[in-house]
Design a protein around this ligand. Structure first.
Ligand SMILES: [Zn+2]
Length: 254
């Protein structure tokens, strides 16, 4: 779950008390804690308030005893200043020309898409180049964002190649769930603004691979053909069909 403006996001959730499916309970607890942290000067009152708010979401299968210690830990870490209590408030994740220079040293589109996606993730995490994923599902998510299909073997071997060639490091050998981008410094020349973490691989190709672009509707990568095309063949045809249908409807209503 990638939220650029956490404050806006939690404000909307606290209006409706509906948890989106892709938001984890722990992230929801964190956001609610951030929302109330400055309104309480006693940790226990804060914890009680967070528990009460969570219960209003009526999350199926949620049991307070299971989360009680987690809620306490999240609140107290924030309380003593070990974790950030400020909301993440970003308009976009910047990609710099210096990032592209590094990406361009890679041998194929596949590796370039992966590196672009890793850099965007590391900037989002804002933790000196680290991307901490707790499980292999987290790694799978990154490859999905990068539009790279294939199994665990492919994922492992691609990450290992980046590691071997000095692009990334791991927290511990063979622990590829904690990845660090090795050259995380950057210049000030923003060449792309990431606002959506879906299809990052295609976003990269569509914007930086000569002769290619991304369909504005379905994110598919298409070849540029001189004339100003914005949509892939299928989306363009669907739109024409939709327009025809609309014309027929308006004609009948007359
Ligand atoms: Zn399309």
């Amino acid at each position: 779950m990638y939220i650029l403006d956490e404050e806006k996001y939690i404000n909307q959730l606290l209006d409706t008390y509906k948890k989106p499916d892709d938001l984890s309970v722990l992230y929801l607890i964190t956001l609610i804690s951030k929302y109330y942290i400055n309104k309480y000067d006693n940790i226990n009152n804060l914890v009680d308030k967070v528990k009460k708010e969570i219960s209003l979401f009526n999350i199926s299968g949620y049991q307070e005893y299971f989360y009680a210690s987690k809620i306490y830990n999240i609140c107290s870490e924030m309380f003593v200043g070990n974790t950030k209590k400020e909301f993440k408030k970003l308009e976009y994740i910047p990609i710099y020309s210096s990032d592209l220079e590094i990406i361009n040293t890679l041998p194929s589109d596949k590796y370039k898409k992966l590196m672009f996606t890793l850099i965007a993730n590391a900037r989002y995490m804002d933790s000196s180049g680290w991307i901490n994923k707790k499980t292999s599902d987290g790694i799978r998510e990154i490859f999905k964002q990068a539009n790279i299909s294939g199994g665990d073997d492919l994922r492992d071997s691609m990450l290992h190649d980046l590691y071997k060639n000095g692009y990334i490091s791991f927290a511990r050998a063979n622990m590829n769930q904690n990845i660090k981008i090795n050259h995380f410094e950057h210049n000030e020349d923003v060449v792309y603004k990431v606002t959506d973490f879906n299809h990052l691989g295609n976003q990269y190709l569509g914007n930086f691979k000569k002769g290619y672009m991304m369909c504005k509707n379905c994110w598919k990568i298409i070849r540029c053909t001189g004339n100003k095309k914005m949509y892939c063949k299928k989306c363009a045809e669907d739109m024409i069909r939709e327009k025809t249908r609309e014309r027929v409807r308006l004609f009948r209503e007359k």
